[in-house]
Every structure is written in C-alpha cells, then in structure tokens.
Design a protein around this ligand. Structure first.
Ligand code: PMP
Ligand code: GLU
Length: 398
C-alpha cells in the first residue's frame, strides 16, 4: 500500500461533513432521517443570481480569471463593505476564493507557520483547528462556557498570549453557539488585541443572520489600527444560499491579500469564473431575498427554542445569530436510555441517530464536550418531528 504524508495521516475529515455523509447514506437506503447535521441553507439560490450565472456561461465567461478574482467582482465586494459596514476598502484589499473555508486556509497560510501559536476561543467551528494544524502552527484553545454566553473576555485573551502568539481567530456570529458579540464587547477585545502584536482573523460569514436586538459588527472597523492587522472573512454561502457555488472572500491589508493571491495562484489558479459573475449579481442585485431568508431562519429559531424547552434534561442559551442551536445534554450521560446509557456527546449523537433517526453533531467536534449542535437550516415540519422524536426517546418511549 502506498505510504501517506504526515499531513495526510494527521488530518481528520470535517465532523460536520462526516455527520452529513452518514445521514445521506441512511437516506439512500430508504431510511427516514431527521437531518440537523449540516449548516447550509435549504433555500434555492435566488432566481436572479442563477440567471446571471446562466447568462455568464452562455456569454463565454468560462475561462480562467485573474488569480485573486475578477476586478469587477473584487470591486463589488469592496463596495458592499462601504455600503454595509461603512468601511472603505480598495479592490486590491479583496481576495475571492472557492468558499470562505478556502479563504481561511489562504489567510492562515499567509500569516502563520511552524512554531506559531493561534488563539481560538472554544467552542469553535470544526475546521479552525485542523486548518491551523495544516500550516504547522499550533492551535491554542481558550475555553468559554454557557455562563459567559460562550464569549471570550479580554482578560482571557491577555492570559492566552505568549511570545509565540501570532493570530487570534474570532467568529461572530458564532458557529456552533450562535453567540453574537456586541459592539461594546468587541471594542473591549479590540483594546486587548491592540496591546499585543497579534493579527486577527475575523470570520463574519453569518453577519447577515442575526436575530432580535443582535447586530453584526465588522471587527476591522473598530479602530484604524485594526484594519492594518485584521483579515475579515465572509462569503455568499450563508447569506445568499450559495453553498455549492463556493464563493468566499477575504478583506485585509493589501500585502497580506497579495500574498494570499500568490498562494491561491499556485493552489487552484483562480476562483470559479461563473460563480464570480453570480456573486456580482448577488451583491449588486435586490437584497429582499436576504431579509426573507433571515425572517424564515428567525421563525425557525423561535420554534426550536420552544421545542427545546419541552425536552427533558436539556440546557441551552438562545442563539442570537447563525442557524444553530447548541445544547447541553450531559444530564443524560450514564442514565438509562433506550439502547443503553451514553457517556459522551458522540455516543449521544450515535444513539439519537439509531433510536430517534435524528442526526446531530457532537459538541466535542467543536471543542466542547457535553453539548450537541443542531442546524435549523431545515424545514419547520422536520424540526417539529425531529425534536418530538428526541423527546420521546429521552422519555423512554422509543
Ligand atoms: N466559517 C464558518 C464559521 C462556517 O460555519 C462556514 C460554513 N461552512 C465557513 C466558514 C465556510 O463557508 P463556505 O466555505 O461554504 O463559504
Ligand atoms: N459550516 C457548515 C457546518 O458547520 C458546513 C459544513 C462544513 O463546511 O464543515 O455545518
């Protein structure tokens, strides 16, 4: 058998992707699965965006583009930041990539390497630690808990910094907790960052999905000095239901973006030409589709909260953004459940899939044992039935 590289041996598959693959496999065998695994909007990409892509293909936009993206597409992103966050950036400060995950990889590859430490508050999105490790740098996980709304304090950041710290990764609204840092909380974190030499990667991909009073803040706009050391990540996947189009972007200091562009030119040539045309239509076209989808997510969130309150032994904090409920199931560990007792979140999820046909992702994949994540980017009737089945199972009825 062919030997594998140390990188290939060490890298683990994405836990969210793995859970979704498991659900898909069961469905292909004709089994009904209430699938809350993957964080991807279930809506169709809005019609005018699809039309722009079809026209682009027909008009011959089917070739390589510049490595960092089409100038018009980079301009559309830059203009969007000025409109939405009142942040003036030039197209040279924007890099388009094949999804925000790719943008994060490019940013890490440009900023950190062996011997460096990257500070990541937990719970964190599954791919952060793996993507950091792929560069040879070391993730330094800083624990946050439900008691502080899963938010990192400036004091925690100060304590985590060592002479090797290079980068701080922030995610608000957060996957998996739905936590949204207020402007005041971010200002306090920004002060802590400014007292160090840390660079910041601020993943703001759920910025258009906030609920109630919560509002998104673009970290780079909080202080003039921050825009010189922050790479902001976002993309079209969540906002415009465009996960399969793979359109993500990074906005940051010109020299960092140029370096990321060089890396991208070697790795993948350029982002997909047709998707870039679709992105221009998404950013410059009508935005009422965004508000409609946000409104529907908000209603589903309220439904999930109501149903979770009915479940025995579940504790949760309400998500202010994104489309995940993150709840504590540890009170069920070691207790008699149909199929036998479970002792951790992974076993809880396996048993929920086996006995209730409900697919969840264990919190341990996000650096938080005892919790599970449920994506509510799925239809209300699936949410209703899936959570009723969890309730029946936990009460011993399944
Ligand atoms: N960041 C976070 C926090 C996410 O949840 C996701 C979802 N996949 C991404 C980045 C990557 O998004 P994509 O690659 O689909 O643009
Ligand atoms: N962000 C989504 C999730 O967390 C998509 C899956 C992935 O890219 O890992 O489920």
């Amino acid at each position: 058998m062919l030997g594998l590289s140390p990188l290939a041996v060490s890298v683990r598959p994405s836990a969210t992707m793995a859970a979704a693959a498991k659900a898909r496999e069961l469905k292909s065998r004709g089994i009904t699965v209430y699938d809350f695994s993957l964080g991807e909007p279930d809506f169709h990409t809005p019609e005018h965006i699809c039309r722009a892509a079809a026209e682009a293909a027909a008009r011959g936009y089917t070739h390589y583009t510049p490595a960092a993206g089409l100038p018009e597409a980079r301009r559309a992103v830059a203009d969007w930041y000025e409109r939405y966050h009142n942040w003036k950036v030039t197209p040279e400060q924007v890099l388009l990539s094949n999804g925000a995950k790719h943008s994060i990889h490019n940013a890490l590859a440009a900023l950190v390497g062996p011997g460096d430490e990257v500070i990541i508050p937990t719970p964190y999105w599954v791919s952060y630690s793996e993507l950091v490790e792929m560069t040879g740098a070391r993730p330094v996980l800083v624990h946050t808990s439900a008691e502080t709304g899963f938010k990192m304090t400036p004091e925690q950041l100060r304590v985590a910094v060592t002479s090797r710290s290079r980068l701080f990764m922030l995610n608000s609204p957060c996957n998996p907790t739905g936590a949204v840092y207020s402007r005041k909380e971010l200002e306090a974190l920004a002060d802590a960052v400014l007292s160090t030499s840390l660079a910041v990667l601020s993943d703001e991909i759920y910025e258009q999905l906030t609920y109630g009073q919560a509002r998104p803040t673009c970290f780079a706009t909080l202080h003039p000095e921050l825009s010189d050391r922050t790479v902001v990540i976002s993309g079209a996947s969540k906002t415009y239901a465009m996960t399969g189009w793979r359109m993500g972007w990074a906005v940051g200091p010109k020299h960092v973006i140029a370096a990321m562009g060089n890396i991208q030119s070697q790795e993948t040539g350029c982002p997909c030409s047709i998707s870039q045309r679709a992105l221009i239509a998404a950013l410059t076209g009508p935005q009422d589709c965004v508000e409609q989808m946000r409104g529907e997510f908000s209603r589903r969130r309220d439904l999930v909260m109501r149903r979770l309150r009915d479940l025995p032994g579940i504790r949760f904090t309400e998500p202010d953004g994104a489309f995940y409920a993150f709840f504590d199931v540890s009170s069920h560990f070691g207790k008699p459940l149909a199929g036998g007792p479970v002792s951790n979140a992974a076993e809880f999820c396996s048993a929920a899939l086996e006995h209730a046909n409900v697919c969840l992702v264990p919190g341990s994949a996000f650096g938080c044992e005892g919790f599970v994540r449920m994506s509510f980017a799925t239809r209300s009737d699936v949410i209703e039935t899936g959570l009723s089945r969890i309730g029946e199972w936990l009460r011993g009825g399944l």
